[in-house]
Ligand binder design. Structure first.
Ligand SMILES: Nc1ncnc2c1ncn2[C@@H]1O[C@H](COP(=O)(O)OP(=O)(O)OP(=O)(O)O)[C@@H](O)[C@H]1O
Length: 233
């Protein structure tokens, strides 16, 4: 089944807790003549919770977006489940590695129509909307089913972030790339979303995440290893 997600049918997946789910090899991102970061190498293993830290402008967002296939790189390789990123069919890749940031883009309509809409995309046609899973996740967030009928135009920034999390998590990605996802939220909602990510990860030991935040207390709660990006010279 998973083989269908890869462009080249001759490639085989290597899936084991001992193999990195994501491998970054000598990666470099240049903006005009200046490298934001270069010679960046690390691995992300199944089950890991990793913080990406660095000063403002050190390129944390650029890194996470590059890992999601949303930004180019000018050097090095990104390897997901043993296969280089460019051997993947991009829509499939982006449903396995999902990037979430603090200002999600949502469609018009209700919360639930936003959650259902992703299944109309060809890449998710083999999956179906699972309302029970969503209700379970909402329960964890101390929200009831009426939340699903709220119009997007009438929800708060924090609630929009909740919708973005639910929309991503229901697709069962292998890797989440969380780019300051709770920066504009109150402490209670932030902790609920942290709990939600933990539940998502505990559902499958192969799942892993990278999380950027300027809040060291949050990072110490939800990650156990750090990748540090150096400031530009
Ligand atoms: N699309 C772009 N075009 C030009 N420069 C960009 C672009 N995106 C980011 N940059 C620049 O690249 C550098 C790294 O940006 P990035 O947003 O990745 O940093 P960051 O570490 O995530 O910062 P912060 O902690 O403030 O969110 C910054 O100097 C930024 O201005």
């Amino acid at each position: 089944m998973k083989d269908q997600l890869i462009k080249s049918q001759s490639l085989k997946l290597e899936f084991s807790p001992n193999n990195p789910i994501l491998s970054v090899q000598d990666l470099g991102r240049r903006l005009e003549k200046q490298w934001v970061w270069s010679h960046l190498s690390f691995q992300l293993f199944p089950g890991e919770q990793v913080a990406v830290v660095g000063a403002s402008g050190s390129g944390k967002s650029l890194l996470l977006r590059a890992l999601a296939g949303l930004e180019p790189v000018q050097a090095g390789q990104i390897i997901f489940q043993g296969q280089p990123i460019n051997s993947w069919f991009m829509p499939s890749y982006r449903s396995e590695i999902i990037y979430l940031h603090q200002r999600p883009a949502l469609w018009e309509g209700t919360v639930e129509s936003n959650l259902q809409q992703v299944y109309r995309l060809a890449v998710h046609r083999h999956q179906v909307y699972n309302s029970q899973l969503i209700l379970d996740y909402l329960h964890l967030l101390h929200k009831t089913a009426d939340f699903l009928q709220r119009p997007i135009s009438a929800i708060s920034g924090g609630e929009a972030q909740i919708v973005a999390f639910l929309r991503a998590l229901q697709l069962s990605p292998k890797v989440l790339l969380l780019d300051e996802p709770t920066a504009s939220l109150d402490a209670g909602t932030s902790k609920s979303l942290e709990a939600l990510v933990t539940v998502w990860q505990n559902e499958d030991p192969q799942r892993a995440y990278l999380w950027t935040s300027h809040d060291p207390t949050q990072l110490s709660r939800i990650t156990n290893r750090q990748i540090t990006l150096k400031e530009k010279n």
